[in-house]
Design a protein around this ligand. Sequence first.
Ligand code: 13P
Length: 249
Amino acid sequence: MRALTVIGNWKMNGSLSINQAWMQSVGEGMQCGMPAGRRFGVCVPFPYLHQCSQLLASSQLLLGAQDVSAHESGAYTGEVSAVMLQEMGVRFAIVGHSERRMQYGEANETIALKAGAALDHEITPIICVGETADERNSGRAIEAVRRQVASQVSTLQDRLVDCLIAYEPIWAIGTGKVASAQMAQDMHRAIRLQLAEFDHDVSAHIGIIYGGSVRADNATELFAMPDIDGGLVGGSSLDAQEFLAICRA
Ligand code: 13P
């Protein structure tokens, strides 16, 4: 869905007391008025889902997870299923973040299965795609992202319309090097055109959000671009006031 969506990704950060303070500040900030017709969420580590779902009970901020198993249940030590997340009130799940692709060897096929499992339980998958610095510098950025998107299309087909795609250039994650708004727009446009080759409805309605060093001082320009439907915010989402400022952008 193309409603402007801003989602925090805490990654492996937080503690019971830090979360409590963050939720209180963001909750109070949001009560002071947020732009209408937008969606806001935060993806927290698994052990904090229960605490955060309780803290968010009367908030417009939606709860998210940072991964989900491709499997329903059974002998999968360490995995967390979509049905468990649904029971915790989770509305979004990040899949295929570059940190998981690179450090845990997650492949496109597994990522698509994870997205499918999330969709089966009314959880919106946030499918991350993005090129490395090498791919960008050698003019292969679009080709690299196309390959990742094509794999999702081939498995998820028109269910993709219920997913979010997050374009996260790997060289911009946690580096302070944000893609220029035009550079991000160009890639979002390329993704939308690629999806149109498959299905015009999916292309017109899917939300494509940007991630990679989003801050309060660059969010307005990024989110104003015609094919950028919001942001997936890492480091800056840890600071409640900075996150609120990005949500207002
Ligand atoms: P940063 O905002 O810290 O660059 O992280 C982006 C990201 O990985 C969001 O998923």
